[in-house]
Design a protein. Sequence first.
Length: 93
Amino acid sequence: MKNDTEQRRLKNNQEYEKYLNEKVPVCIPLGGERIGTSTTASCDGTVYEIKLGETVYVPRKVAEVIERSVQSNTEVQKKIDRVSSCVHQLGEY
């Protein structure tokens, strides 16, 4: 019985690894950067150079890291914009 459980767990882990390594499309939007600018993303010791504004295929686990990074950057920019608008509303001293 224990051997069956271990085999199922191993098979599930292998299937999950296969899922995480499946190539999926990602596109990191251009901000104020010029066309042709690239950035890097790394996962499990492998570094990927990705051109901004272009769709590229990377392993799903790398795409998830990129997605979280883009979301974080978007949230930070929203906060900066809010603070900037407050400062402008205060006027000059």
